[in-house]
Write a protein that binds this ligand. Structure first.
Ligand code: TMP
Length: 213
């Protein structure tokens, strides 16, 4: 059986990743593919507990950046072994909302941890399981802030430790993503996330079609 394809979605907050992942999953299924939709941190029972610690648990407030790095990669190590590798071996499409590029953007650039140390933790967690394609949904920070404010006013979500960060943190994360796109332009494809949902979806489909061709 042909091995599956591993596609990750990246970008700052409020870029519409989850909406676009669902649309792509529907489109791939309509073409007869088996599709698995996952998220990071999370995606396994253990990973979802780690996600709660990282994002919402009051005991996680003020955690060391090193702890954050290791928890992200503990969740990832589990997801890779329990879900991603078996799904790819079974020929499925795996669509993941964030993967190791988030660690480079948020922990290396955002938290300013040592780049080589972060790389070696990621390598330990993922081994040779790397995405075939990464779609980087690009939204200017001002628009991301506007969308977040709107979402928070509409749904009053649980407090999120990351969304409480200062603007300078998100600017560093954005610089991290720019560096990743420049370093690996074949794998990391920039998608303009400012237009309407259907327009963004068609940009994404064009990238995925290239991968399948
Ligand atoms: P989200 O799923 O709502 O985007 O929340 C995940 C948060 O965790 C988001 O703020 C980005 C952050 N994150 C990291 O800092 N490093 C990582 O490796 C991953 C996967 C996520």
């Amino acid at each position: 059986m042909a091995p599956g394809r591993f596609i990750t979605f990246e970008g700052g907050e409020a870029g519409g990743k989850s909406t676009q992942i669902q649309r792509l999953a529907d489109q791939l299924r309509a073409h007869g593919h088996l599709v698995r939709v996952l998220r990071e941190p999370g995606g396994t029972p253990l990973g979802e507990k780690i996600r709660h610690l990282l994002k919402h648990d009051p005991d996680g407030r003020g955690m060391a950046a090193e702890t954050e790095l290791l928890l992200m990669n503990a969740s990832r190590a589990e997801l890779v072994r329990q879900v991603i590798r078996p799904a790819l071996a079974a020929g499925e499409f795996v669509l993941c909302d964030r993967f190791f590029d988030s660690t480079t953007a948020y922990q290396t650039f955002g938290r300013q941890l040592d780049a080589a140390a972060v790389r070696s933790v990621i390598e330990f967690a993922v081994g040779d399981t790397h995405p075939d394609l990464t779609l980087l949904l690009w939204l200017p920070r001002a628009e991301a802030r506007r969308r977040l404010q709107q979402r928070n006013a509409e749904t009053a979500p649980a407090e999120d430790r990351f969304e409480l960060e200062q603007e300078a943190f998100f600017e560093r994360v954005e610089a991290g993503y720019r560096a990743l796109a420049a370093a690996e332009p074949q794998r990391v494809r920039l998608v303009d996330a400012t237009p309407d949902v259907a327009t963004v979806a068609s940009q994404i489909w064009a990238e995925v079609s290239r991968l399948l061709a």
